[in-house]
Design a protein around this ligand. Structure first.
Ligand code: KIV
Ligand code: NA
Length: 277
């Protein structure tokens, strides 16, 4: 299958073909994503919570994001590889934001970056795009705004908030984003924004009318440990499979049925003869 690119995603919207995106944070799972022909692989800063057990996404650093992205890079041949800019890496000024976007390309092989926010990110996005790095926007429930939002709550529920999000979406398109994530918004609002934009919308908790969908892989595979949000569909019980395997392994070792003779290495005939003397 042919390489997914920024222009090919725009083409998909024109052809009304759904875009399939997922997160991955390491080589092994990224290989599975690529081999399953998904379009977009995001190294999301959700890895702070999913892979590191942190309370929220705020503490993850550029260096950590680069480390995970490099592992993913080695696995991905076809999917578009997008890296999530962590909190603090683009909030201190456009120069620093641009420098950090460039780090993702140079030091981890990311093909695009994603950052959270609306109108207030316009100048920054324009600079990054002018430096030839495609940018994905992200509005609605933006986890880096957890303290402002007072928790992870559905956004865009008042007339004022609806107008603000529509304005933000248009601003992101105007700034040069090639796509935007719509997270945690009413289905109806996601549909309005999707119709208003020429660039694709990728929804998570935003209903079925977006141009594409994204899920956190560990949520869809049941590799997360709290009750899932309403929008998460559990496609597999990987934790269940692994739990059963680990318990069986423990029983086998304790019963000395693992490893078997066939799973062991042996002396050569020569050595055996020598030892027998
Ligand atoms: O960090 C992440 O996983 C994300 C996606 C859910 C869009 O930002
Ligand atoms: Na994120």
């Amino acid at each position: 299958p042919t390489k997914v690119t920024v222009p090919s995603l725009l083409e998909k919207k024109l052809l009304r073909q759904p875009i399939v995106a997922v997160t991955a944070y390491d080589y092994a799972t990224a290989r599975l994503v690529d081999e399953a022909d998904l379009d977009v692989l995001l190294v999301g800063d959700s890895l702070a919570m999913v892979m590191q057990g942190q309370e929220n996404t705020l503490a993850i650093t550029m260096d950590e994001m680069l480390l995970y992205t490099r592992g993913v890079r080695r696995a991905v041949k076809r999917a578009l590889l997008i890296a999530d800019m962590p909190f603090g890496s683009y909030h201190t000024g456009d120069r620093e934001g641009l420098a950090n976007a460039i780090r993702f390309v140079k030091e981890s092989g990311a093909e695009a970056v994603k950052l959270e926010g609306g109108r207030e990110r316009k100048d920054l996005i324009q600079r990054i795009v002018a430096a030839e790095i495609p940018v994905m926007g992200h509005i609605g429930l933006t986890p880096q705004s957890v303290h402002r939002m007072g928790g992870y709550k559905v956004q865009g529920k008042t007339m004022e908030a609806i107008d603000e999000l529509r304005t933000d979406a248009l601003a992101l398109e105007e700034a040069g984003c090639f796509a935007i994530v719509l997270e945690g918004v009413p289905r109806e609002l996601a549909r309005i924004i999707t119709d208003e934009l020429r660039i694709p919308t990728i929804g998570i908790g935003a209903g079925p009318d977006c141009d594409g969908q994204i899920l956190v892989m560990h949520d869809m595979m049941t590799m997360t440990f709290s009750p899932p949000a309403k929008f998460v569909r559990r496609y597999a019980d990987v934790a269940g499979v692994m739990r059963a395997a680990l318990e069986e392994y423990r029983r086998d070792v304790e019963a000395r049925t693992f490893p078997s003779d066939a799973e062991s290495y042996h002396f050569s005939r020569e050595i055996r003869d020598l030892m027998a003397e």
